[in-house]
Design a protein around this ligand. Structure first.
Ligand code: URA
Length: 230
């Protein structure tokens, strides 16, 4: 691949920015300064920009602490989407893995690794998702039993057993193993309660970083990626 494409794909800068960096002698390949943006490089070459090695990465993985009021989509003509929270040069091929409602906050995995996304979302994968839910009315032991029994929703949708742990009268932790449309809201609705706050805390092995403020994102660590893939 061309050196300028390599650097742009590795998010060093836009194509024109990296071309400029190359022409100014700020880029080295295998220890030598290279001034030709069209030089062919591969993942085996040692590419450095301003003395920092730019290793080749096939895919990018981000954890977003989704704020309320943002759509889980890649684009929308009217409303802001989760991808609008990322700078333009990082957005190429990125997509959210699964969907959180507009008013739901918390963990959202965003990646260009379609195969991983597909695997995590496949219905038979049964990836655990843990949420913190606030309800308008106190949650009861009866609700816990209904969640555990695998409830049937108003439209006849049959759900798998789910975990419901009461943290305080109006706050509970919910664990589901599937991801049906508005699932948690509809489960509480079936118990006569309205969800007034919903935050996703984890998805499979990936846990929301407690130091990540709402509206911010960070790259996953190598270990987080390894665990998600295993
Ligand atoms: N369940 C819901 O009802 N909404 C979400 O955003 C996620 C799970």
């Amino acid at each position: 691949m061309r050196l300028d494409k390599y650097l742009a794909d590795m998010h060093v800068g836009t194509r024109s920015e990296v071309k400029e960096q190359i022409r100014k002698g700020r880029v080295q390949v295998n220890g030598s300064v290279v001034k030709d943006p069209g030089l062919g490089v591969s993942a085996e070459d040692c590419v450095e920009a301003d003395g920092v090695q730019i290793g080749y990465q096939e895919h990018f993985y981000y954890m977003l602490n989704k704020p309320a009021g943002i759509l889980t989509a890649t684009e929308d003509r009217k409303q802001p989407t989760v991808l609008d929270l990322f700078p333009e040069n990082l957005r190429k091929n990125l997509a959210p893995v699964g969907r959180l409602d507009k008013d739901t906050v918390g963990l959202l995995l965003i990646t260009d690794d379609g195969a991983l996304a597909h695997r995590l979302l496949a219905p038979k994968s049964h990836v655990d998702k843990v949420y913190l839910a606030g309800t308008d009315l106190p949650v009861t032991d009866e609700d816990v039993k209904r969640f555990a029994g695998g409830m049937t929703l108003a439209d006849g949708t049959q759900l798998m057993p789910a975990g419901l742990e009461i943290l305080s009268p109006d706050r509970s932790r919910v664990t589901i193993h599937e991801g049906k449309f508005h699932q948690i809201k509809r489960m509480f609705e079936a118990c006569g309660k309205k969800v007034v706050y919903l935050k996703r805390l984890s998805m499979g092995t990936l846990t929301l970083d407690p130091t990540l403020p709402e509206g911010e994102w960070r790259e996953l660590t190598k270990e987080e990626v390894r665990m998600l893939r295993s």
